[in-house]
Design a protein around this ligand. Structure first.
Ligand code: HSE
Length: 304
């Protein structure tokens, strides 16, 4: 394998995993993007410029997640390593449950796909497997790569895209604080009561119908007994917002491992935004509440 293009631009969407009962399996791509220009250079230096989210905090050398992924993907497909100049324009907040690390890893793998002589070596299923293996969360990797609403399952990972009702709209409430996914996973119990497992199975199955055909069922379909309540102690404000919205009949869930809150509804997203703002009130300073279109294309690479 060799490089036939030395400069590409990649765009990868934010993703919201779980969607309530679909723990570690459901994922939704959101139209909030990280964009990376990747230039493979003869000069062996690795230089990374970051604009937007992560600027001033993430590494700007070979330790940067996109750079590291590009170099390791070169190794995997059998391309000699080069130097790299990366320019990252990031809109996905870090540590908020919106799939920023899956987006970074997907960007690295897709950049290599755009540069190599046989891009067929990185078909979508291979890209998905590489991203999920490196990043660890197929429920974010699948929508980041494929776009839309996805269901991922192990082993594999395998993933399918599922139908989304055209009226579905989303709002996110993003807190100012970060939560590490490892911390959020460390508070989960090793086992759950059988009755909760049965409840969860019914809601996860119902969620497929609600998201695809019957959004009127979203409130019931987004109910969860496996992870959200168990994580209340590490994100009390997020759970308070989820509770307050659900009491008003609004389908709110924790986005991924949190602490962002994802709100799903139908019709007019501006109305949903107002509903969320009304419930939210002035109490939680520093949160951003915004409408979010659903991304249906997934990660894209273009040659420059
Ligand atoms: N499903 C994972 C969790 C998040 O809730 O821990 C994946 O990003």
């Amino acid at each position: 394998m060799r490089l036939t293009t030395d400069k590409v631009r990649v765009r990868v969407p934010a993703t919201s995993a779980n969607l309530g009962p679909g723990y570690d399996s459901f994922g939704l791509a959101l139209a909030l993007y990280d964009e990376v220009e990747v230039h493979a250079t003869i000069d062996p230096k690795i230089e990374v410029k970051v604009i937007g989210e992560g600027a001033g905090t993430v590494p700007t050398d070979a330790a940067h997640l996109v750079a590291r992924t590009v170099l390791e993907t070169f190794d995997e497909v059998g391309v000699p390593r080069t130097g790299l100049e990366l320019t990252c324009v990031n809109a996905i907040p870090h540590g908020r449950g919106l799939g920023s690390s899956a987006a970074a890893v997907a960007a690295g793998v897709l950049a290599v796909k755009g540069m190599i002589s046989d891009p067929g070596a990185l078909a979508p299923a291979t890209v998905l497997a590489m991203v999920a293996r490196r990043e660890g969360h197929p429920d974010n990797a699948a929508p980041a790569v494929l776009g839309g609403l996805t269901l991922a399952w192990a082993p594999g990972p395998n993933a399918v895209r599922m139908a989304i009702h055209p009226d579905l709209v989303a709002v996110v409430a993003i807190p100012p604080t970060r939560l590490d996914t490892r911390t959020a996973r460390s508070v989960l119990p090793a086992s759950v009561p059988h009755a909760d497992a049965a409840f969860q199975a019914s809601r996860a199955a119902l969620l497929v119908e609600a998201l695809g055909r019957r959004p009127d069922l979203l409130l019931d379909a987004t109910d969860d007994r496996l992870h959200q309540e168990q994580r209340r102690g590490v994100m009390p404000d997020s759970l308070a917002l989820v509770d307050a919205l659900r009491r008003k009949g609004v389908a709110a869930v924790v986005s991924g491992a949190g602490p962002t809150v994802l709100v799903l509804g139908t019709g007019d997203s501006a109305r949903l935004l107002t509903e969320v703002r009304d419930v939210f009130g002035p109490v939680m300073a520093g949160w951003q509440i915004r409408e979010m279109q659903i991304d249906t294309t997934g990660g894209l690479v273009e040659q420059l």
